[in-house]
Ligand binder design. Structure first.
Ligand code: KMT
Ligand code: NI
Length: 178
């Protein structure tokens, strides 16, 4: 079952895969206010219909776990730390969980972290320009997800600590300004 809650902000580089649940839940309405959309999808047809409606032309499937890195713990840890670094993309990001589980953290209007705990059949749409990060869960340490792309896969992640704010970032920030 999907869960949305405020992050407790007690994360370190050693424990960031733990739940970090502050105990304060977040509603889907609160997420919608920052452009984050959640859907529960159980069939290929529903996924295809969503992709068509939002004009997504490409997709791939990613498997994240230690085995996917040939059990190279350093390579695995490096990738995990990269995904957990706060970043945004110039394109909307859709992730559909096929197996396993993971946490997506998104910033709200007040720059607080909201955590989405996703598992099988959960789909999340993150708007272009939103600051976010991702991690596997400490229990399973495994996810299989479909990544949908509007056009060619655009992998560029712009880290918050780079200070770079693209047009997509600026227009997103303006769209949620109170
Ligand atoms: C991202 O951009 O943060 C990701 O794609 C995370 C991995 S997808 C399960
Ligand atoms: Ni991302």
């Amino acid at each position: 079952m999907v869960q949305f809650y405020y992050h407790d902000n007690k994360d370190t580089l050693e424990n960031f895969t733990e739940p970090h649940d502050s105990g304060k839940p977040v509603t889907q309405e609160e997420l919608a206010a920052i452009g984050v959309i959640y859907k529960y999808i159980t069939t290929q047809q529903e996924l295809d219909a969503l992709a068509k409606e939002r004009e997504y032309k490409n997709r791939d499937v990613v498997n994240l776990n230690l085995a996917a890195f040939n059990n190279d713990l350093d390579a695995y840890n490096a990738k995990m730390q990269q995904f957990y670094k706060e970043h945004y993309h110039d394109d909307e990001e859709i992730r559909y969980i096929v197996d396993g589980e993971g946490y997506f953290d998104v910033r709200n209007k007040g720059d607080e972290w909201i955590r989405a705990r996703l598992e099988k059949n959960d789909l999340l749409i993150l708007p272009a320009g939103i600051y976010h990060r991702f991690t596997l869960t400490d229990g399973l340490k495994q996810v299989k997800a479909v990544r949908l792309f509007k056009d060619e896969p655009k992998w560029e992640a712009i880290n918050r600590d780079s200070g770079k704010e693209s047009d997509a970032r600026l227009s997103y920030a303006q769209s949620i300004a109170v």
